[in-house]
Ligand binder design. Structure first.
Ligand SMILES: Nc1ncnc2c1ncn2[C@@H]1O[C@H](COP(=O)(O)OP(=O)(O)O)[C@@H](O)[C@H]1O
Ligand SMILES: CC(C)(COP(=O)(O)O)[C@@H](O)C(=O)NCCC(=O)O
Ligand SMILES: [K+]
Length: 249
């Protein structure tokens, strides 16, 4: 059975095709703002699949995706009601972003529990999975892109910057000074939050990073144990195998 997996998040909507567990035959993405029937028809032209599974944190785009996919076979939208294979230790499970639940499934399946997933997307999310394993809650902070953009928008003289590694901690230009604030400053945010989370958990807890800014920020941060770029899509695949009763699911 060929599965189409879709992570509909705020900046990019990622797609993966899976026929064999743990391996994607194809992956691509579309800016979320461009998701409409036309772009989907174009992007999915010639791609065959038997069923699809979507995690969405953008309700209007989720509707467009579901309406389109419903014409092409069974569709499941991931929620706290889906067969996640994890407990949920959280007061209002239906408020948890579907991408965060997919990340929790992905990290448990691929790296084991207990774990902390850090998703460096539009927002940066930290999600804690206990040894049980159960989703235990987490942290939401501004994403690196949002932090970088903010100063350029709210000041008269500061430019928009490219989010790249600054050559030195002592900035020798406005851009370089802002890159230090964003990139090096961001690593400090990550270290401090990880330390506080680990302090509230028992024993050694691995941290796995994913999302658009993961490789840039994780560089040199020894508190992050691994970067797994397609973690959300892998979590979706795991749930899809259960929903559609595929062997190994
Ligand atoms: N090609 C790219 N397009 C957009 N953002 C990118 C790209 N490469 C890296 N990024 C960074 O990744 C962040 C978005 O990460 P992503 O995981 O796609 O977010 P989301 O899951 O919220 O859609 C942006 O803030 C940006 O800094
Ligand atoms: C926190 C998020 C905005 C992260 O979205 P992303 O940055 O991946 O696009 C998203 O998971 C969301 O809208 N969550 C709902 C609230 C919650 O999880 O508590
Ligand atoms: K995401």
């Amino acid at each position: 059975m060929k599965l189409l997996l879709i992570d509909n998040s705020n900046t990019r909507t990622k797609f993966a095709l899976s026929e064999q567990e743990g391996r994607f035959s194809e992956t691509f993405w579309i800016p979320t703002s461009e998701i409409c029937e036309n772009t989907l028809t174009h992007a999915l032209h010639g791609i065959e699949f038997d069923a699809s599974l979507i995690c969405s944190v953008v309700p209007l785009k989720r509707k467009v995706l579901e309406d389109y996919l419903n014409q092409h076979g069974p569709v499941h939208a991931l929620s706290c009601q889906s067969p996640l294979g994890l407990g949920i230790d959280y007061p209002e499970p239906d408020k948890i972003g579907a991408d965060r639940l997919a990340n929790a499934v992905g990290v448990t399946d691929r790296h084991g529990a207990p774990a902390i997933v850090i998703d460096f997307g539009t927002a940066v999310t930290f999600d804690v999975i206990s040894a049980t394993p159960a989703y235990a809650g987490g942290v939401i902070a501004p994403g690196l892109g949002a932090m970088g953009e903010y100063l350029g928008r709210r000041t008269a003289l500061l430019p928009q910057i490219e989010l790249i590694e600054p050559p030195s901690a002592i900035g020798k230009s406005t851009q370089a000074a802002m890159q230090v604030g964003a990139v090096i400053g961001y690593r400090g945010l990550v270290r401090e939050i990880l330390s506080a989370l680990r302090h509230e958990m028992d024993g050694k807890v691995q941290a796995v990073a994913t999302g658009g800014d993961a490789s840039l920020i994780a560089r040199g941060v020894t508190e992050i144990d691994a970067v797994d770029p397609d973690l959300t899509l892998h979590g979706l695949e795991r749930v899809a195998r259960r929903v559609f009763a595929i062997d190994g699911g």
